[in-house]
Ligand binder design. Structure first.
Ligand code: NAG
Ligand code: NAG
Ligand code: NAG
Ligand code: NAG
Ligand code: NAG
Ligand code: NAG
Ligand code: NAG
Length: 496
């Protein structure tokens, strides 16, 4: 038979199976990353577990025992099965990696992975799992990676991880977990990554964290956490990344966070924080990223930033900040990215940013700035992007362009400019052209407005314009006076 006809026939055959009852089928291939692989097609809408064989033809000299990895065929979007039939692991006992995603799996049974004693990776994310049996992983003592994210789990049984001493990474994100049993994580002494993002957790139990001394990443974004007990995080001495964004935290104490010597990323944005204790960050001397955006902070405390000389990213956007005290950012010598968007800042004190010798990006969109003084920034050799759209800026010191390498700027919706340019190779000249009016206005500012200390600097350009207007009127009056005088002289009869 011509190859085309064979292909056609096998497609027809496959389709017959798809239509008439249950199908388990492997396409075998060798993958660079996973070795000898069964690409599974499974049509099992009734969740049967009485399969007697898996169809498919092995590659030359290969047997079932050589199968190292099972994945769902990306070719076959028709695969679906509410269970994971036991035959898969019975037939491929040496499998180390099982990836059964987007199959509509609803339950992981005791039998599902029982015969795969060598599994190190289970990925069963993007299914509809509401239930995991207590003994589902009991034989998987080699398991290192378990991914159950994007399912519909409300909880898990207490003993489900009792043989997972080698587990390194656990992802339970994007489920509907409201609570988990006290002792569920006790065996997981080697866990370094726990993803718990987007669940419905209100309370973090002290017991969960007791053995998490090796934990490096804890993602609790998008939950319902309102309060933390003082010592809940205390065992986490190796934590590097803590995600608490999008919760309802309002009252954090130093004691809760005092063991975070190794913490590098702390995400506290989208909470209800109005203030933090002065020594809150004292233990966190290794912090690199700190996000405090979308909270209710109004008073930035100088003490907060003193221990943070390693910080590279600071997010303070969408708060209620109206004043910046002059020295506040001085300790942040390694800061590269600062965002202060959507606050009520009216003025940038002299030298407020000038210690930030590594800064690359400053974002100040949607504040109430009126004048951009270069002495707020000093000389910043890496400063490349400045955004200040939606302010009331009417004057801009051109020296800021000279003293930096700004190549991207957003000055949309300001008084002297409605202009932005982002990283064209020749953008510096474009920027100079686009901000010409702002530069001219700055040149014409009252001398007293430039270089004063910050509370004296609110310097309205209208005043200057008015002064000029008055001068002109004065001059005009003088000219009129003179003209009158001349006229009088002309009109006066000559003495002959
Ligand atoms: C499995 O069970 C179903 C339903 O009981 C039945 O229709 C089917 O023939 C069985 N398959 C095998 C291979 O025994
Ligand atoms: C699947 O395998 C069984 C037993 O080896 C065989 O009877 C059946 O024809 C096969 N189905 C297909 C579609 O190859
Ligand atoms: C299969 O194994 C036999 C015997 O070990 C060997 O002679 C043959 O070359 C192998 N074939 C392939 C394709 O590896
Ligand atoms: C699994 O693989 C090993 C070698 O890697 C082999 O000795 C063994 O027979 C295979 N089968 C089972 C069931 O472990
Ligand atoms: C299963 O989950 C997917 C998303 O992962 C969803 O689109 C689908 O509607 C769910 N099916 C059922 C039967 O709940
Ligand atoms: C835990 O991790 C360490 C370091 O990676 C390793 O030496 C140890 O064998 C692991 N323990 C278990 C039970 O896997
Ligand atoms: C914040 O927590 C501390 C310690 O738990 C408590 O003393 C204080 O009253 C709380 N403050 C508010 C505003 O809830």
């Amino acid at each position: 038979m011509a190859p085309k006809i064979i292909v056609l026939l096998s497609i027809l055959l496959l389709n017959c199976q798809l239509i008439f009852g249950q199908t388990l089928w492997c396409d075998y291939l060798i993958s660079h990353s996973s070795g000898y692989t069964c690409q599974l097609t499974i049509i099992n809408p009734d969740g049967l577990n009485n399969f007697t064989h898996i169809n498919g033809t092995h590659m030359a000299n290969m047997t079932n025992e050589d199968v190292a990895s099972i994945t769902v065929s990306s070719m076959n979007s028709g695969s679906n099965s509410p269970n994971i039939p036991s035959i898969i692991c019975e037939i491929f006992p040496n499998t180390t990696s099982s990836t059964l995603t987007r199959l509509g799996v609803k339950r992981i049974h005791d039998y599902s992975y029982k015969s795969c004693k060598h599994l190190t990776h289970i990925h069963v994310n993007h299914n509809n799992i509401t239930e995991v049996d207590e003994n589902a992983f009991i034989e998987n003592t080699e398991l290192q990676f378990l991914e159950l994210w994007f399912n519909e789990l409300p909880t898990l049984p207490e003993n489900v991880f009792r043989n997972q001493q080698k587990l390194i990474r656990l992802r339970l994100d994007f489920n509907r977990i409201t609570d988990l049993p006290d002792n569920i994580f006790v065996p997981l002494r080697n866990l370094t990554f726990w993803g718990m993002e987007s669940n419905l957790i209100k309370d973090l139990k002290i017991k969960w964290f007791e053995n998490f001394e090796r934990l490096e990443t804890l993602w609790l974004f998008y939950n319902r956490i309102e309060e933390l007990s003082t010592n809940v995080f205390h065992p986490l001495i190796n934590l590097k990344s803590l995600g608490l964004s999008f919760n309802m935290l309002s009252n954090l104490t130093t004691e809760m966070f005092e063991q975070f010597m190794n913490l590098e990323d702390l995400w506290l944005d989208i909470n209800e924080l109005e203030d933090l204790p002065l020594n809150f960050f004292n233990s966190m001397t290794n912090l690199k990223e700190l996000d405090l955006g979308t909270n209710k902070l109004s008073n930035l405390r100088a003490e907060w930033f003193k221990p943070l000389s390693n910080l590279e990213y600071l997010g303070l956007y969408e708060n209620e900040i109206s004043e910046l005290s002059a020295e506040i950012f001085t300790p942040l010598q390694n800061l590269e990215f600062l965002t202060l968007e959507v606050n009520d800042i009216e003025d940038l004190p002299s030298n407020i940013f000038s210690s930030l010798i590594n800064i690359e990006v400053i974002r100040l969109n949607a504040n109430n700035l009126k004048i951009i003084h270069s002495d707020s920034f000093g000389v910043l050799p890496n400063f490349a992007y400045f955004t200040a759209s939606n302010n009331q800026i009417d004057a801009f010191d051109e020296k800021l362009i000279d003293n930096s390498r700004i190549s991207g700027i957003d000055m949309m919706n300001n008084i002297c400019a409605n202009f932005g340019v982002f990283d064209y190779s020749d953008s510096r000249q474009l920027i100079r052209n686009g901000l010409q009016k702002c530069f001219e206005n700055y040149e014409n500012l009252n001398p007293g407005c430039v270089g004063g200390n910050w509370d004296e600097r609110v310097c309205l350009i209208e005043d200057k314009n008015q002064a000029q207007q008055e001068k002109i009127e004065h001059l005009q009056a003088a000219v009129e006076e003179l003209q009158k005088l001349v006229q009088e002289l002309i009109d006066r009869p000559c003495r002959s």
